[in-house]
Design a protein around this ligand. Structure first.
Ligand code: AMP
Length: 228
């Protein structure tokens, strides 16, 4: 079994395409992804004791308390088996930086990259209000940009698609404000302390181009990854 060796962080406003990029990278190269937002959502859907505590925050688009996030991520880290663990949307507040650095130490991971996706608010609102997801298999669609073949039905498993409660326009605006207030300081921290590892990508560039940029740079900086 391969022990994880490297960690990368993927940050960006809601709707910047973090999860889509992370999943494409994972599918293509066998990277393990910690999908923070979706892991929290799963706890809610499965009605676990953690999920019951998480639900009120997530519905409002507020950040879930860091201790709950730590428990969910720790559980997931125990399952991952890859050379590179990509953290999608964590750490997301200054309070979570300490938890993140502690987790890296406990899991013997070294930070090798911090990718920041940049995008304007108008595009975010359009993207998120059209987003639909399959509660069965987690597939993501967009009614404007990448609709399912049959309206409201998942192409992959036939599940009935839903709109996440926190993708409603008024909640999206709250989430954007939260990003500026809570997460931009995290981006600043990484720029200051890990400047050589931190870089920005425009989220609206063609998906293949974005994927290739990120993949090439990860290959240059991460241990155990195939060289580009
Ligand atoms: P996302 O799918 O990344 O947009 O996250 C959706 C929601 O999950 C956020 O609005 C928060 O309520 C919650 N969430 C995701 N990541 C975190 C995190 N690192 N800390 C706290 N809450 C989070």
């Amino acid at each position: 079994m391969n022990e994880p060796k490297c960690a990368a962080v993927l940050l960006g406003p809601p709707g910047s395409g973090k999860t889509t990029l992370a999943r494409t990278l994972a599918g293509r190269n066998g990277i393990s992804v910690i999908e923070t937002g979706n892991l929290l959502e799963q706890e809610i859907r499965h009605g676990t004791p953690l999920g019951l505590q998480i639900k009120p925050y997530k519905i409002e688009g507020a950040l879930v308390p860091s201790e709950l996030v730590r428990q969910v991520i720790t559980g997931e880290l125990e399952r991952v088996q890859a050379e590179l663990v990509l953290f999608d949307g964590f750490p997301r507040s200054v309070a979570q930086i300490e938890i993140f650095l502690q987790l890296l130490k406990e899991q013997h991971l070294s930070l090798c990259a911090v990718i920041v996706l940049s995008i304007d608010s108008q595009t975010v609102i359009r993207r998120l209000s059209g987003r639909r997801m399959c509660p069965n298999c987690g597939a993501i669609y967009n009614v404007y940009m990448s609709p399912p073949k049959q309206d409201g039905i998942c192409d992959r498993c036939g599940g009935r698609l839903i709109q996440r409660e926190d993708d409603r326009a008024e909640v999206v605006r709250e989430r954007l404000k939260g990003y500026e207030r809570e997460t931009l300081p995290v981006v600043e921290f990484f720029r200051r302390k890990f400047g050589r590892l931190t870089w920005e990508e425009t989220a609206t560039q063609p998906p293949d181009q974005l994927l290739n940029h990120v993949w090439r740079r990860l290959g240059e900086v991460c241990c155990g990854m195939p060289r580009p």
